[in-house]
Design a protein around this ligand. Structure first.
Ligand SMILES: NC(=O)c1ccc[n+]([C@@H]2O[C@H](COP(=O)([O-])OP(=O)(O)OC[C@H]3O[C@@H](n4cnc5c(N)ncnc54)[C@H](OP(=O)(O)O)[C@@H]3O)[C@@H](O)[C@H]2O)c1
Length: 286
């Protein structure tokens, strides 16, 4: 049996959908089943549990052999993932496929260091493991949908930096292969889309998809910082976003890998394809 954590999240929901489409039975771990109606799919069992409350986990993890591990990027992520690892170990699971982040030990962000700490714990656990290290998700652009719908603009202090953004459906497809096939143990997969794009390029693709001009506003880091803090973004996340933006500006997000195609035998989606598929979100602003 496969258990998917973060099953309502950007990657987890796609893993659940793809397992259901392939008729592979699985469990989806959710905190609030009333927000999981989209996971009611053939062969999918929805189980309630909270990784912050280890006592809720044995029932969900019982009999599980393989775990897909995704949690939010947050200050308690190391603890949440450690609780999941412990529940998996106690249940006798053999394999864990973890969503990590690009950079590994060299990631300059706090989020990257937290992921690295969990990767080390998993390596020491004795379980078979695969780490997925995606670059920025294309779906992250949906966070700008309210601004795009209201003002036709969005901003982030990345300048002309290019990023090989990846679609979460492709990250999930690699995860499904790692869960269901042999040969992925101890593999670390750096996952990107097929091309490196600037935010101006992405604005053009969204414009084309929604049939309305969308402009990317170039803003300095100080301006972005003030705006994020005014919007209530926690300070640690503001700091991490500025480190990430600076690394993108300096070209660190631009390397393209062929891992999605190598593992799934399918070409990764382009940003134009993503923008067409999510045009409704950018038009509606949510
Ligand atoms: N965003 C990017 O561009 C990007 C790029 C590379 C890597 N990543 C990594 O991808 C991972 C997922 O990020 P995301 O943006 O995809 O997150 P997300 O969509 O917000 O998904 C987070 C998931 O974790 C669940 N969750 C939250 N707290 C939980 C708890 N206490 N117990 C059990 N489940 C809990 C959420 O469920 P609820 O519905 O209950 O809230 C949700 O399903 C992160 O580790 C991040 O570092 C993100």
């Amino acid at each position: 049996m496969i258990l998917v954590t973060g099953a309502t999240g950007k990657v987890g929901r796609e893993v659940v959908r793809q397992l259901a489409a392939e008729n592979i039975p699985a469990r989806a771990l959710v905190r609030d089943p009333t927000r999981a109606s989209h996971l009611r799919l053939p062969g999918i069992e929805i189980l309630v549990g909270d990784l912050a409350q280890p006592e809720t986990l044995p029932a969900a993890f019982g009999g599980v052999e393989r775990v897909f591990l995704a949690t939010p990027a947050a200050p308690d992520q190391v603890e949440l993932q450690s609780n999941a690892l412990e529940a998996a170990r106690r249940a006798g699971a053999q394999r864990i496929v973890k969503v990590s982040v690009a950079g590994g030990p060299d990631a300059g962000t706090q989020i990257g260091r937290w992921h690295w700490a969990t990767e080390k714990q998993i390596e020491a656990s004795g379980l078979d493991f695969t780490f997925l290290r995606p670059t920025l998700y294309m779906q992250q652009m949906c966070a700008y949908a309210p601004s795009i719908a209201a003002t036709g603009t969005f901003s982030f202090p990345v300048g002309a930096g290019r990023i090989a953004v990846v679609d979460t459906r492709d990250v999930a497809a690699v995860g499904v292969k790692a869960l269901t096939e042999d040969g992925h143990h101890r593999r670390i997969y750096d996952l990107t889309g097929p091309e490196a794009l600037s935010y101006d390029d992405m604005a053009d693709a969204i414009s084309e998809a929604i049939g309305k001009k969308v402009a990317f506003a170039h803003v300095p880091p100080e301006y972005a910082k003030k705006q994020m803090l005014a919007d209530g973004v926690p300070r640690w996340l503001v700091d991490d976003m500025l480190v990430l933006a600076a690394s993108f500006r300096d070209g660190y997000g631009a390397a393209v890998t062929h891992t999605v195609a190598d593992v799934t035998k399918q070409k990764p989606r382009t940003f134009r394809q993503f923008a067409r598929d999510y045009a409704g979100v950018f038009r509606a602003g949510r």
